[in-house]
Write a protein that binds this ligand. Structure first.
Ligand SMILES: [Zn+2]
Length: 79
C-alpha cells in the first residue's frame, strides 16, 4: 500500500504526485503534506520519493477451486 503526496501550486491545483512508503516519509519529504493519505493501491511499481524503498504494488486476493472447494489465493502481481 502506498502513501500519496499531492503537490499543489499556490492556487491549490494539483501539479504533481509523489509516492511514499509511509506516512513518516510523506511528512518528512513533502512540503505540501496535508495529512495522512495512505492505503492506496498501485498498479505499477514505484519507489518511495523520500527513502527509495520500493512501494508495494497491488496484492491481489483471489479465489481458486482446489480439491472441490474454494481456496483463497494470495498472488502478488509482478509488473
Ligand atoms: Zn520511504
Amino acid at each position: 500500500m502506498a502513501h500519496l503526496g499531492f503537490q499543489e501550486d499556490e492556487r491549490g491545483d494539483l501539479v504533481g504526485l509523489a509516492y511514499y512508503c509511509s506516512d513518516f516519509c510523506n511528512r518528512e519529504h513533502n512540503p505540501d503534506y496535508g495529512g495522512w493519505n495512505g492505503a492506496h493501491e498501485l498498479d505499477t511499481r514505484e519507489v518511495c520519493a523520500a527513502c527509495g524503498v520500493e512501494v508495494d504494488a497491488v496484492e491481489e486476493l483471489d479465489m481458486q477451486w482446489s480439491e472441490g472447494r474454494p481456496q483463497l489465493v494470495v498472488s502478488r502481481e509482478i509488473s
